[in-house]
Design a protein around this ligand. Sequence first.
Ligand code: NAD
Length: 313
Amino acid sequence: MHSGKVVIIGSGFVGTSIAYAMLIRGICTEVILIDVQRVKAEGEAMDLSHGLPFIRPVAIRAGGYEDCRDAEVIIITAGANQKPGETRLDLTQKNAAILRSILEQIARYTQEAILLIVSNPVDVLTSVAREYPGFVPERVIGSGTVLDTARFRYILSRRCGINPASIHAYVVGEHGDSEVPLFSSASVAGSPLSALCRECGAACDLDWRQQVIQEVKGAAYEIIERKGATYYGIGLATTQILRAILRDEQTVLTVSGWLDDRYADLGVAMSVPCVIGRGGIIRRLDMPMDQEEKELFLNSSATLRESLRCALI
Ligand code: NAD
């Protein structure tokens, strides 16, 4: 189904930021907003549609689950968001129940569309959706650490004075406290970051690396502390995933998906660099990690398995 039609379930901060970024980037033909608060979805669709004279033609309106029938991608952002001091895993049971009720409604109309899960805890919810009967595993994707990877590159870019788009560095594992920013494979123009540090003499030592890791991991908490929620960054990150799917780009992105045998079947969805195209996750790539990173990655999977166990109770 190459309809270019995208359904967004949840018209809160995140759902509408995704819609806004998508419209501006002109990557879809139709956008439908669904929310339990139907009136809110209608208001958001009206507001967004008043910008149509300034962008590429696209149809946008509020709708219902019957609109999923011919959707190419269904993005799920519905659910409670993280409150100050609350971890993403605290949200688990609440949002798992909401997700199941949404999947039940979607499944009445389609099991063909790609499901792109953004609600938190995103890896656990991606695992829950993957277990739900009928949906094809490769077509169930979580936004994973695409945003965390962007934060990592941004933080490195400020230090290195290099455009974040020219920095190759990835965050793998959970989208959350146990995520693993990979320094050992971070590179610029084919050179490991460590070689660049020697060259510029900025003394990017172990302490500095720990600070960067803490900054990446703490980014959402810092934003939530100041403004209550995060949404612009995830709006753009999700749009990048969406574009890779709709345009069959084969772009490498650290989305969350079920890991295959190469990762010893970790029993939970989590992020590694994946090639993304029209079929969803086309393939997963091997990620070089040093011994410490490998251990942290396995610890992250253990954290997520425990959380998934809670979600399945
Ligand atoms: P929000 O409260 O602004 O919006 C949530 C929306 O979901 C509300 O409009 C609500 O009415 C709707 N909703 C609730 N239950 C529903 C249901 N059963 N069916 C349809 N709609 C329903 O929250 P937000 O700030 O937009 O955050 C949404 C989710 O995105 C949260 O789980 C948050 O943690 C997550 N998030 C993820 C990332 C990421 O990187 N993956 C980043 C930021 C936020």
